[in-house]
Design a binder for this molecule. Structure first.
Ligand SMILES: [Zn+2]
Length: 329
């Protein structure tokens, strides 16, 4: 790993310079570095967590698969040593449906006021409204990338934090009901507020009073083969230093082919509600396809959003990059 090499080199140089000094009694002083190398993100483990979510079936609010997957996520965070907060809520969908939903929150190092927020949505879309086959557009999708990938990466990060915590406090939030937005086959107006219902609820009712984090990172659609992450509009306007930090770490870690320098427009996503509601600068790492009219991959909101698209290499690129950031505060 690059970081390990750098660490060893720094250590070797420090000892070498000490040895050359004329005051040898100082040569035995320990070399204190401000950080240690980030642990190795295990892509096989993250891949397993993605597939285990998909195996429940579509995680659409009010379904048994949704309930079972929520329980699985709670158990996972507990097993990895997080302090759990579960927000149970009843949300109202664009069509008036009442959705039984849960935001699932795992916190580490809770006494540290310096906090980093990592988040993803765990629900999957109830419609395949972008599917080329109109006959299947009203049925729910697997959401292997759209939903499960971000959560899978964060579960693996939770496992790593449980084994060896970074200095900063970390909160991981799995937001519910992100993807219940008004479908394209409905004729009523396209209200952006019909999306991200779980994060809207949390922004009004954070899990701890006056919750604050230094910054937040949203992972959404971070598992596809050959994914490309551009600098998203709201992220650049509201958290440009975090964008640069994350993209710089990705480049330094050898993942520059995924994290591209181009800028794209604003995307309606959970980070916007966290920014607006809690005044926390946040960025969105989201797979974007500039060749596609809607900006996302071909399988986005279709029945092709399956495990077939999920790549361990992409999960590794995103997971290791986030780890490099949070372990080197
Ligand atoms: Zn979606």
């Amino acid at each position: 790993m690059n970081t390990l090499k750098i660490f060893v080199t720094v250590l070797a140089c420090a000892f070498a310079s000490c040895a050359n000094k004329s005051t040898p009694d100082k040569g035995n002083e320990p070399v204190v570095l401000s950080y240690a190398p980030a642990p190795e993100f295990d892509a096989d483990s993250a891949y397993l967590y993605v597939s285990e979510q998909v195996d429940f079936g579509p995680r659409v609010p009010n379904s048994t698969a949704h309930k079972a997957c929520g329980d699985y996520l709670i158990e996972g965070l507990k097993r990895f040593g997080a302090q759990l907060h579960v927000q149970e809520m009843t949300l109202t969908a664009y069509n008036g449906d009442r959705l039984k939903a849960r935001n699932i929150i795992g916190s580490y190092n809770t006494s540290n006021p310096k906090r980093i927020l990592l988040f993803a949505h765990w629900d999957s879309r109830p419609y395949a409204d972008n599917d080329p086959d109109p006959a299947t557009q009203r049925t729910p999708i697997d959401g292997a990338d759209d939903g499960a990938s971000g959560v899978g990466v964060l579960l693996e990060i939770a496992r790593q934090i449980g084994a060896k915590a970074p200095l900063a406090g970390v909160d991981i939030i799995f937001f519910d009901a992100e993807d219940y937005g008004i479908p394209s086959f409905e004729t009523r107006s396209h209200a952006t507020s019909s999306w991200c219902l779980g994060s809207q609820f949390w922004a009004r009712n954070p899990h701890t009073p006056n919750y604050k984090a230094e910054y937040g990172i949203l992972l959404d659609m971070v598992g596809a083969k050959g994914a490309t992450f551009y600098k998203e509009g709201t992220s650049v306007v509201r958290a440009s230093d975090i964008v640069e930090k994350v993209w710089g770490k990705a480049r330094d870690s050898g993942f520059g082919k995924y994290f591209l320098n181009g800028r794209i427009g604003e995307i309606t996503d959970d980070h916007q509600y966290v920014i607006k509601g809690r005044n926390i600068p946040c960025i969105d790492i989201i797979n974007y396809d500039t060749e596609n009219i809607h900006g996302f991959a071909d399988y986005w909101h279709t029945h092709n959003d399956t495990m077939d698209n999920i790549s361990r290499e992409t999960l590794k690129a995103v997971g290791q990059t986030v780890m490099e950031v949070i372990y080197k505060q």
